[in-house]
Design a binder for this molecule. Structure first.
Ligand SMILES: *[C@@H]1O[C@H](CO)[C@@H](O)[C@H](O)[C@H]1NC(C)=O
Length: 267
């Protein structure tokens, strides 16, 4: 795999610049890009015309186990403050609910909660606007979204959890359609999860939507491959297998409306 070969060359360079272990330097780079993206958005919002429509503020959510466990192995620098305007942890399938559309989402490396604070929540909002009252969300749990998972081609535990959630959704809500989705390492997790599904579950999955996918273009098994949409920006080096986060990897919420339209057209 291109990414793995290039790691040997690129990571020592990153590390010597930062005098940190290569993996930690890379994890910090993911956080820096994420933080810078939020600072830029805040600055843009502050400089927007005063008559711009107000953005409704969602209630703050309590820190979850994942959020506190996140970074246990590596004490991360910088701090990666979450975007407090969105709900970052969603467990509606585990709460026993059903809805016609069930989105199972895996967040990107270093993102908080179980659905992250950028593209996931924006994608859900866009889909709920198109299908009001018909959408529920389950984040991927048992998934640290740390740098080791990304470097290993996507967390095994996360992939197993996503596959388990697809299985649960099919049993709990057999009339529903499932959307498997993820951003960055979450896209890797989605690819891996798809290969863990029993083929008789494929018919429940109506769409697969990937953002900033390191495995862009890799086929999904069986009929799953018929309804896959991948968003990859020009200049997003993660999408061509390079372990180099750039600003083009940080703004996939811009694609939320198109992603939602893709899903809505299929269910
Ligand atoms: C933030 O804005 C600066 C200035 O426009 C730009 O150079 C940088 O790439 C942006 N960073 C991100 C992560 O979007």
């Amino acid at each position: 795999m291109l990414a793995i070969n290039l790691l040997c060359v690129l990571l020592p360079a990153l590390a010597s610049a930062a005098t940190l272990s290569p993996a930690i330097a890379l994890e910090n780079r993911f956080k820096q890009i994420h933080d810078e993206h939020h600072r830029n958005k805040t600055a843009a919002a502050l400089s927007a015309p005063v008559d711009a429509p107000a953005v409704a503020k969602a209630p703050a959510v309590a820190a979850t186990d994942e959020m506190t466990a996140f970074g246990d192995i590596l004490k991360p620098e910088p701090s990666n403050p979450p975007n407090s305007n969105v709900i970052m942890t969603r467990n509606e399938l585990l709460e026993g609910k059903c809805a016609p559309i069930i989105v199972i989402f895996a967040r990107g490396t270093t993102e908080p909660g179980n659905v992250g604070d950028d593209v996931g929540p924006m994608f859900f909002d866009a889909l709920m606007k198109l299908r009001p009252g018909k959408v529920m969300i389950q984040g991927v749990n048992n998934y640290k979204a740390d740098i080791w998972g990304y470097l290993g081609g996507g967390s095994e535990e996360g992939a197993q959890d996503m596959a388990n959630s697809v299985d649960r959704a099919a049993k709990q809500c057999p009339q529903s359609k499932i959307v498997m989705s993820g951003f960055s390492q979450g896209a890797q997790v989605t690819h891996k999860a798809a290969y863990k599904l029993k083929p008789d579950l494929h018919k429940f999955v109506g769409a697969i939507v990937l953002f900033g996918d390191p495995f862009k273009g890799d086929a999904f098994p069986g009929t799953l491959n018929n309804n896959v949409k991948t968003f990859c920006h020009d200049g997003d080096l993660i999408c061509i297998g390079l372990p180099i986060p750039t600003p083009a990897h940080s703004n996939y919420e811009d694609d939320a409306p198109e992603a939602a339209a893709y899903v809505a057209a299929r269910m």
